[in-house]
Design a protein around this ligand. Structure first.
Ligand code: CAA
Length: 404
């Protein structure tokens, strides 16, 4: 029996309502803007309005996928995030309700820092290998938040990506070998009592490079392709220069150092355009990179690409796949670029206010003023419940119990 080809059939991006330009941040901090633009490779970062979160961004990303393909064959929804809104309930359940997906479906949340979306892709592929007629909706999204005035502050951001994983995919078919590496490292983490991450920045950059080097060695050991075969490489991008640092590191490790001045742009640049504007989106970041790559290169048909995923703590995976012929007809390039272009610029003072917004924890009734203009928003908190609203009206999560 031949194995079905499995991979990404559709992919869609969403981001937040606001953007803070790095020029405004540099002015406030008294830092040379070139440190951000050149040193980190960032121009702006997405900042959610008070009525946005990972649920609203993921539902916004997934809605056009459901509109195009329907939800009838979706048997599993996996939401990969490290900005969970509940310690128990999967954020995907809110999205499942907002999108009207079938009840004959399993919905779970996956967490391992910025890595978990890649685990979701692999779990989806395994489910589809068992039953090729089913589809899996992979959601990934995060709000990257560090303390004001910390070195991590310029590497914040927010975005979500939704991917429909199927047999006979239209965009990318995944290769079977992938390379793995896990190690218990304290480079970046967020204890349950904190809303902002704790990070050892320098250690995190070293841990990232070491982990992807080990994952790459495992990929090669398992029969994976040579680095020179890839038409493009999509890295996890806490800041876009990290992709360049990491690729140089891998080339060095593979014994094919890029000579000084070597143009790495041909394999990296297209996959960094969106991330440069959106900032870090943690679990979604490598897939924001994939959306950027697909939307900005038209020469990828039948060519292999690599996705290099890193999540602090830490887990890394090196996986690859081949772009399908005709992939262009299935992309959402205008909508993806539009989501980024539509964001409203905010002043440093407004960004600071939003940074300090806290969700009331008293269990009372709290209406959240409308600020965002997307199709979904967090409208209220009531009895510790989150109440989301779509353009069509309010979504109450426990409608069965409320007798609706
Ligand atoms: N013009 C041009 N370049 C300049 C410059 C200027 N005026 N001033 C500084 N630079 C360059 C520096 O030379 C440096 O480049 P190299 O790394 O190539 O030497 C770069 O700008 C950054 O400067 P610093 O190293 O001095 O920056 P920093 O100490 O302020 O912090 C950081 C950088 C550690 C990444 C910090 O932003 C941070 O802690 N970020 C959060 C953690 C993070 O993103 N880690 C990445 C790996 S972990 C991961 O990937 C998981 C995740 O998502 C968090």
């Amino acid at each position: 029996m031949t194995e079905p080809l499995i991979g990404i059939h559709d992919l869609s991006l969403a981001t937040a309502h606001y953007r803070l330009d790095h020029d405004a941040l540099a002015r406030h901090l008294g830092v040379d803007p070139a440190k951000f633009h050149v040193g980190l490779g960032q121009d702006a970062m997405s900042i959610p309005a008070a009525d946005e979160d990972i649920v609203t961004m993921a539902a916004t990303a997934a809605q056009p996928i459901i509109a195009r393909h329907g939800g009838d064959r979706i048997r599993t929804v996996l939401f990969a995030t490290e900005s969970g809104v509940d310690q128990s309930k999967a954020a995907g359940l809110y999205v499942h309700g907002l999108l009207g997906l079938p009840t004959t479906c399993r919905v779970v949340e996956l967490k391992q820092a910025c890595y978990s979306a890649t685990a979701a892709l692999q779990f989806a592929a395994a489910l589809i290998a068992r039953e090729p007629a089913q589809q899996v909706l992979v959601l990934t999204g995060d709000v990257a938040k560090y303390a004001l005035g910390s070195t991590g502050e310029p590497t914040q951001g927010a975005a979500a990506v939704a991917m429909l994983i199927t047999a006979e995919p239209a965009i990318l078919r995944l290769d079977t070998p992938s390379g793995l590496y896990s190690d218990d490292v304290s480079d970046f983490w967020r204890p349950n009592y904190r809303t902002e991450a704790v990070v050892d920045g320098k250690l995190s950059v070293e841990a990232y490079q070491h982990a992807i080097e080990q994952a790459w060695a495992d990929y090669r050991y398992r029969g994976g392709r040579d680095l020179s075969e890839f038409a493009a490489c999509c890295y996890h991008q806490p800041f876009t220069r990290m992709a360049y640092k990491a690729h140089r590191h891998l080339l060095h490790h593979a014994g094919s150092d890029a000579a000084p001045g070597t143009d790495l742009d041909s394999v990296l640049a297209a996959g960094t355009i969106y991330n440069r504007a959106v900032g870090n989106s943690y679990a979604a970041s490598a897939y924001v990179g994939l959306a950027s790559l697909l939307d900005h290169r038209d020469d990828l048909a039948n060519r292999p690409i690599a996705i290099i995923s890193y999540g602090s703590g830490s887990v890394a995976e090196f996986l690859s796949g081949v772009i399908e012929p005709g992939y262009h007809q299935h992309l959402r390039s205008a909508a993806n670029a539009g989501a980024i272009a539509r964001r409203r610029p905010i002043t440093y003072a407004h960004y600071r206010e939003l940074h300090q917004v806290e969700i009331p924890a008293d269990g009372g009734d709290h209406k959240i003023e409308q600020e965002s203009t997307g199709p979904y928003r967090l409208a209220a908190l009531s009895g510790h419940r989150r109440i989301y609203e779509s353009a069509e009206g309010r979504h109450h999560s426990s409608s069965l119990i409320q007798g609706k």
